[in-house]
Design a protein around this ligand. Structure first.
Ligand code: ZN
Length: 325
């Protein structure tokens, strides 16, 4: 099929080289030891003092930004090697999934070396339709170098990173962007996969009820829903309606990637209901930085996608003074 005209602004990026991103730290034994510990690598060869060699699979670690987004060492490029993905978003392809991450190595890196990498936008596929949706495979290749005193820097390895940038199959296609249209149609929320085991939960939400599955044989409550009681293995079950009251058992605040239609930062919590089961839900009515473990919350039911989807969400309970209870 013929390529969309708007690809004329994206396709020429193929082959583009992006500048250097430096490592914060030289190859060093403490980072190697910690990485091995976290990854469960027991090979002491990596951690011997003296001739310390980094595990090859650590290659990507050395030039990472750390916890703060885009916090790269001085001298690193300001260019965004993911600029093509932003351009696809503007054309109504909001979702992204990593599909390949392939490391290759030229030689081991040793303690004291300092690395940097450069990025090449290697390829953009034709438009493809997969089970996930319709979109484009975008391939980036990061080449890692060891800085040498005379400037004869040596390549030490490569990371091929491929993503699929797509419009979800469950989302209705936005209207074709017109030449003068700035914003694409708003993205819709992905729909849950509903089975015979889980249908009651979504039907309940639509009726404004938060339902919990209960074993008919032993009375044990369970969530997420499933066909068998984990306590007594009975297949018989019914449901009870939750009060909708609970507390924040744990949470994350999603900053990146920014995927429409969600607002970011996006607080997502594991709620412990007062009946004892836990469920994952989005928090509303709270600033992302103010979520606290143990915070009292109350369910509410909100409608999305023009009435197609009703989701239970949780809002902090406030005391008489308006402070979180
Ligand atoms: Zn049971």
């Amino acid at each position: 099929m013929a390529e969309h005209e708007w690809m004329n602004a994206i396709r020429p990026l193929v082959g583009k080289q992006y500048g250097r991103v430096y490592a914060w730290d030289k190859i060093n034994a403490p980072m190697i030891r910690q990485w091995c510990e976290v990854m469960g690598v027991d090979d002491a060869a990596y951690t011997v003092e003296g001739a310390v060699v980094a595990p090859p699979a650590m290659l990507q670690v050395w030039c990472m930004e750390g916890l703060k987004p885009n916090n790269y060492p001085p001298g690193s490029t300001d260019e965004n090697p993911y600029e093509a993905l932003k351009l696809f978003e503007a054309q109504g392809f909001p979702s992204v999934v990593a599909v390949n991450s392939e490391l290759s190595f030229v030689r081991p890196v040793r303690e004291g070396e300092r690395l940097y990498y450069t990025t090449r936008l290697d390829a953009i596929s034709e438009e493809k339709t997969t089970a996930l949706g319709t979109g484009y495979f975008v391939t980036l290749v990061m080449t890692y170098f060891s800085q040498q005193p005379q400037g004869d820097d040596e390549p030490v390895g490569e990371l091929l990173f491929r993503v699929f940038k797509f419009r979800p199959a469950s989302a209705s296609a936005p209207a074709q962007p017109k030449a003068d249209a700035k914003a694409p149609a708003p993205a819709r929320r992905p729909l849950p996969g509903i089975s015979d085991d889980t249908r009651f939960f979504w039907d309940g939400a639509r009726a404004g009820q938060l339902l919990i599955q209960r074993c008919k044989a032993c009375g044990t409550l369970r969530h997420p829903p499933g066909p068998v009681c984990p306590s007594c293995h009975s297949f018989e079950w019914d449901t009870v309606q939750s009060s909708g009251r609970g507390t924040v058992y744990s949470f994350v605040v999603m900053h990146y990637p920014e995927v429409p239609p969600f607002e970011h930062p996006n607080p997502i919590a594991l709620i412990e209901l007062e009946e004892g089961t836990r469920l994952i839900s989005q928090l509303v009515g709270v600033a992302p930085g103010e979520v606290r473990i143990g915070q009292a919350v109350q369910v509410e039911f909100n409608t999305f996608n023009d009435g197609e989807l009703v989701l239970p969400q949780f809002r902090p309970v406030l005391d008489a003074a308006g402070a979180p209870a």
